[in-house]
Design a protein around this ligand. Structure first.
Ligand code: NCD
Ligand code: ZN
Length: 414
């Protein structure tokens, strides 16, 4: 299996013109004069750029008993269409992925049904016996929601395990003790960050704070960076939207003020926030009409166009997007990906920086056909997604049949 991709590509140091040859899933050769092998895809056209395959560190693929919201197939088809070559799935499923038996089922589902490659996080288990080596063999990290009083012991046991097994601890940092009724003020985020950072200081695990939403949270993050190994991501909705009453816009943590929004955008530009994720959190349209309904919305098919639009407007740089959506996630998760260089996994995302369109959720591959960005005009779109040298999205169509690989099996670069 060989594939040669031609065009302007993103290499360390800037854009270059040439070809990339992928052989048996790995980048074999990169340069101006590469002898083509296998199928050839030619993107030598004004406005098109080949990026290292994008990685989304925070998605909810649902499936199991929540298949009515999304499943492995539709969620990863959304990823392929959105330009994402790897998605990392959250364990708040039904049943939860916090037992080895469920984890094995989850991996099997991915292998059979995923249209792109996937990674898994393990949830904090109810029983200690579930914290076995196998978790580290199959998962990229542990997902932590801050617990109420009674669950603290299990949490600490899990954090010590993460530290021993060198697993990333990815946290939804909102401390429920600081919620006020239905309100979740920035203070809850600040205290959530503080609690987790203190635990990281004690147990020495690598901490990643996901979906950072407030400028106060960003300040707290900066404070801890000197003392613990800490990284963070935010999502397009926190970079582009502010608080609304409409339940369709409900998400946890909540959308905030214009000041928060601009602080996060600057934080991302300055590299204080290293990663962007979608927090793809699909629900039924009907569930989202209810003011007491669930938080979250699908994001995989809007994330990249929204970021490219920020590039177009001069609010982000293309290099920043590549770092935040490919290079840094690959490095935090320990994957031989995120670079167009010999020896790295042959994952590529081709974008058309000039293609302008209006976001229409009815066109989504996701089962969740709604979006807070509905009707928004964007400039920049994925045109081809390549996973291990195989196109999984091309000419507007998702191509299935590759079968997903747990990225734990990627091994090392080289
Ligand atoms: C998430 C979901 O739907 O799974 N929702 C969200 O608003 N981010 C869960 C969560 O992180 O609260
Ligand atoms: Zn969350």
């Amino acid at each position: 299996m060989e594939l040669t991709v031609k065009g302007r590509f993103f290499a360390p140091g800037g854009l270059r013109e040439g070809s990339i040859r992928i052989s048996r899933g790995r980048i074999e050769e990169v340069g101006e004069e590469v002898a083509p092998g296998g199928e050839v895809l030619d993107f030598r056209e004004e406005g098109k750029v080949i990026l290292p395959g994008l990685i989304d560190m925070h998605v909810h693929l649902r499936d199991f008993e929540l298949s009515y919201k999304e499943d492995f197939r539709t969620g990863t088809r959304a990823a392929a269409r959105g330009g994402y070559t790897v998605v990392v799935d959250m364990p708040n499923t039904l049943p939860r992925v916090n037992r080895i038996s469920v984890l094995r089922k989850r991996e099997e589902l991915g292998r059979r049904r995923a249209a792109v490659d996937f990674g898994l996080y393990f949830g904090v288990p109810e029983e200690k016996g579930e914290l076995r080596k196998e978790v580290g063999k199959r998962c990229l990290g542990i997902k932590v929601y801050l617990p109420e009083e009674g669950e603290k012991e299990t949490l600490e046991e899990t954090l010590r395990f993460a530290s021993r097994e060198r697993l990333l601890v990815i946290t939804h940092a909102e401390d429920p003790a600081f919620f006020r009724g239905k309100e979740r003020p920035p203070e809850a985020e600040v205290m959530g960050i503080r609690r987790m950072a203190e635990l990281s200081l004690r147990h020495r695990f690598r901490l990643h704070l996901t979906h950072l939403s407030s400028s106060a949270g960003l300040r707290e993050l900066e404070r801890w960076k000197r003392r613990v190994r800490l990284s963070a991501d935010t999502c397009p909705h926190y970079l582009l939207l502010t608080r609304r009453r409409d339940p369709l816009f409900k998400v946890f943590p909540p959308l905030r003020t214009e000041r928060d929004r601009t602080a996060l955008l600057s934080g991302l530009r300055e590299g204080k926030i290293e990663v962007v994720t979608s927090d793809h959190a699909p629900h039924l349209r009907a569930e989202k009409r209810d003011p007491d309904g669930p938080g979250g919305f699908p994001g995989l098919e809007t994330e990249l166009p929204l970021l490219l639009t920020l590039v177009r407007r001069g609010e982000l740089e293309l290099e920043g997007v590549v770092k935040a959506c490919s290079e840094v996630p690959a490095s935090l998760l320990g994957l031989p990906a995120g670079r167009i260089e010999k020896g790295y996994v042959g994952n590529l995302t081709v974008v058309d920086l000039k293609k302008s369109f209006k976001i229409d959720p009815l066109e989504f591959e996701s089962k969740a056909k709604y979006s807070p960005f509905q009707g928004r005009r964007v400039v920049g779109s994925p045109v081809c997604t390549i996973v291990r040298g195989r196109p999984v999205f091309l000419d507007g169509e998702v191509v299935e049949g590759l079968g997903g690989m747990n990225v734990k099996a990627y091994g090392e670069a080289g």
